[in-house]
Design a binder for this molecule. Structure first.
Ligand SMILES: [Zn+2]
Length: 139
């Protein structure tokens, strides 16, 4: 039986997914998976602890640590050897921020793409009018 690959959360994929070495010394591109990139982003850009970063990605801290180590090795190698870096692939699901509403009475929160501060709306769960506009930003 094959090892089950768990999906990880990637919250903020990079816009720029390909980095070219100025003077490439090799034809070989190094591929950094999106999960490896996300590990670096959370640890070094957002500056979370490994524990918090692992939690955000829905993985254990040892797994996070291995992922980060692999990302460091690949990046270091690419810089030293003048290789291109491509950020691509890996097992993950995207998770982004959303807009919607929350209910003061039953604590329900739900997503609504057309949500706005001005709109008067009732809770989809308990029908209360005691509802607030919600923008949930992920980091
Ligand atoms: Zn409610």
């Amino acid at each position: 039986m094959g090892r089950r690959v768990r999906r990880r959360w990637v919250l903020n994929p990079p816009d720029n997914a390909y980095f070219l070495a100025e003077t490439p010394s090799s034809d070989h591109t190094i591929t950094l998976t999106l999960t490896e990139f996300e590990a670096m982003r959370l640890k070094h850009y957002v500056q979370l602890t490994q524990k918090d970063a692992a939690e955000k990605m829905g993985i254990s801290q040892p797994t996070f640590s291995r992922m980060l180590e692999s990302a460091h090795q690949k990046t270091t190698r690419a810089i030293l050897e003048g290789r291109d870096i491509k950020v691509y692939g890996g097992h993950f699901n995207y998770r982004r921020g959303f807009v919607g509403y929350g209910c003061f009475d039953c604590n329900n929160e739900w997503e609504d793409e057309s949500a706005s501060k001005e709109k008067k709306i009732n809770c989809v769960k308990c029908n209360s009018g005691n509802v607030y506009y919600l923008v949930r930003e992920i980091i």
